[in-house]
Design a protein around this ligand. Structure first.
Ligand code: HAM
Length: 424
C-alpha cells in the first residue's frame, strides 16, 4: 500500500456534521447582515501581492512572514488572500462603487490563508465572516458595525464575550505618537525583550503585546495614544461610545489594543471569548478611512470587521442545530428469490426517485444492495418517512410513521407521498 496522503499542516476538512453547523452559521449571518442592508460580495482567493503589501502594510507580521506568495507561470507575484478588507476596498475602487448610493455595505464569508503556527483555533486556511461599510464617516456607522457583530455573536451563542474598544486617531497623530513611543522604548531599551528592542524602529506598537515582564513594566509607563487624539478624533470616539451606551452594548476602553493590520484609523475593536484558550480573539475590526485611496481609489472612509468561523464554533454554547435537508422518500428495487434486483425494477425505482425530486421531495435511492431489513434501518437512519419497494409494475409504499403500507401502481407513488405529507 502507498503512504497515506494527508491534508497540509494547519488545514482541515469540513466533514458533513461540521458543514451543517457552518451552514446554520451562514444562515444566521445572512439574516443579521442583510436585515441591516449589507449585500454579499465574494472576491478572488488570489490577489496581486502589492494589494496586501500596500493595504495591510509592509511592517505587519502578516505581510512580513505569513503570506502565501508565489510567482505564477506568467511571472506575476500573486498572494492567497490573508484577509478580506483590502480586497473589498480594491473591488470598491475597481467597480466604481463610489457612484453607488453611500455607504456601500458589503458582507462576505470566505476562506483566508496565513502561514501561522498551527494550534487550536489557529489555522493556515481558515474562514471569516466579515462586514464592511464604505463611504460614511458617521460615528453611527462605527457603532452600528460593532452592534451587528455583537448581535451576530450573541445569536450564535458565543460564550464569555468581552468587547475591547479604542481609537487610534488620524495618521499624523499616530506618527507623532510613534516617535514619542520610540523615544520611551529607547530610553528603557535595557529592560526590553530582545525581539521588542529589535523592532523599535519597525513596529514599536507591538511592544504592547509582549508577555515579557521587563517589557510590561516599561509599557506601564509608556505614553498612550488615546490621550493624544486630535479634538475631532476625540469627539468622533466620544460619539461612538455614546451610541454604544445607548444600545446597551458593554465594552472596555483598552488603550493598548493593537490590531495586526496597518490600515486602521480612529475606532478599533476586538471581541474575545473566555471560552477560548490562547487564541481568544473571536472577531475584530475598525475604521480604515485612508485605505481605498491608498489602493488608487477616491478618498473613501470605511468601517468593518471580520470574525473567525472556527473560533465562533469553538466558543459557541451548544453545537449549532444542523439544518439538513429533509428526506421524505427512500426508494429500493425489490430483490428476487436469489437476492438480485431485476434491471426493470431498478430502472422503475430510479424513475420514481427522479420524479419525486422533480416534484420537490427529498428522495434517496438504495445504492448499497441492502436486505429488506437493512433497508428499513437505513430509512430510519436518513430520516425518510416513506419507504418504497419497487416490484414489477407495482410498489409497496410504507409510511413508517403511521406503520401502514399500501400497494400502488409505480406511477402513483410520488402522488401518494405528496398527499400523505399534505394530510399531516
Ligand atoms: P483579524 O483580526 O486579522 O482582522 O482577523 C479577524 C478574525 O479572524 C480574528 O479575530 C480570528 O477570529 C480570525 N482569524 C485570524 N487569523 C486566524 C487564523 N490563523 N486561524 C483562525 N482564525 C483566524 C482582519 O482580518 C480584518 N480584515 C478585519 C477587518 C474587517 N477590519 C476591518 N474590516
Amino acid at each position: 500500500m502507498s503512504a497515506r496522503i494527508q491534508a497540509p499542516r494547519g488545514t482541515f476538512d469540513v466533514l458533513p456534521e461540521q458543514a451543517a453547523a457552518r451552514m446554520q452559521l451562514e444562515h444566521v449571518a445572512r439574516e443579521v447582515l442583510e436585515g441591516a442592508g449589507y449585500q454579499r460580495i465574494e472576491t478572488p482567493a488570489l490577489e496581486v501581492t502589492e494589494l496586501f503589501a500596500r493595504g495591510v502594510g509592509e511592517s505587519t507580521d502578516i505581510v512580513q512572514k505569513e503570506m502565501y506568495t508565489f510567482e505564477d507561470a506568467g511571472g506575476r507575484s500573486l498572494t492567497l488572500r490573508p484577509e478580506g478588507t483590502a480586497p473589498v476596498c480594491r473591488a470598491y475602487a475597481e467597480h466604481g462603487m463610489h457612484k453607488w448610493p453611500q455607504p456601500v455595505k458589503l458582507w462576505y464569508l470566505s476562506s483566508f490563508f496565513r502561514y501561522e503556527r498551527a494550534q487550536a483555533g489557529r489555522y493556515r486556511q481558515f474562514w471569516q465572516v466579515g462586514a464592511e461599510a464604505l463611504g460614511s464617516q458617521d460615528p453611527a456607522a462605527d457603532a452600528e458595525s460593532i452592534v451587528l457583530l455583537a448581535t451576530l455573536l450573541d445569536r450564535l451563542g458565543v460564550r464569555g464575550l468581552r468587547l475591547r474598544l479604542s481609537s487610534l486617531g488620524q495618521l499624523s497623530t499616530r506618527l507623532e505618537y510613534r516617535e514619542r513611543l520610540q523615544q520611551h522604548l529607547r530610553e528603557n531599551a535595557d529592560r526590553l525583550a530582545p525581539e521588542v528592542r529589535d523592532r523599535i524602529d519597525l513596529n514599536p506598537l507591538r511592544a504592547f503585546d509582549s508577555e515579557h515582564a521587563g517589557t510590561r513594566e516599561v509599557m506601564a509607563t509608556a505614553p498612550r495614544l488615546i490621550d493624544q487624539l486630535a479634538p475631532e478624533d476625540a469627539a468622533h470616539f466620544a460619539d461612538v461610545r455614546a451610541l454604544l451606551d445607548a444600545a446597551e452594548v458593554a465594552y472596555e476602553i483598552d488603550p493598548t489594543l493593537v490590531r495586526g493590520l496597518d490600515y486602521y484609523s480612529r475606532t478599533v475593536f476586538e471581541f474575545t471569548s473566555d471560552a477560548l484558550g490562547a487564541q481568544s480573539g473571536v472577531g475584530g475590526g475598525g475604521r480604515y478611512d485612508g485605505l481605498v485611496e491608498m489602493l488608487g481609489g477616491p478618498p473613501t472612509p470605511g468601517i468593518g470587521w471580520a470574525a473567525g468561523i472556527e473560533r465562533i464554533l469553538l466558543a459557541a454554547e451548544a453545537p449549532l442545530a444542523p439544518a439538513g435537508a429533509p428526506v421524505s422518500l427512500y426508494v429500493a428495487a425489490d430483490v428476487d428469490g436469489q437476492g438480485e434486483e431485476k434491471p426493470t425494477r431498478r430502472s422503475a425505482a430510479f424513475r420514481i426517485v427522479t420524479d419525486a425530486r422533480a416534484a420537490g421531495l427529498g428522495a434517496q435511492l438504495e445504492l448499497a444492495g441492502r436486505s429488506a431489513k437493512g433497508r428499513l434501518k437505513h430509512a430510519s437512519r436518513i430520516g425518510a418517512r416513506y419507504v418504497a419497494v419497487v416490484g414489477d409494475g407495482e410498489t409497496v409504499l410504507r409510511d413508517t410513521e403511521e406503520g401502514v403500507e399500501q400497494t400502488l401502481d409505480n406511477n402513483a407513488v410520488v402522488h401518494a407521498v405528496i398527499r400523505g405529507l399534505r394530510d399531516l
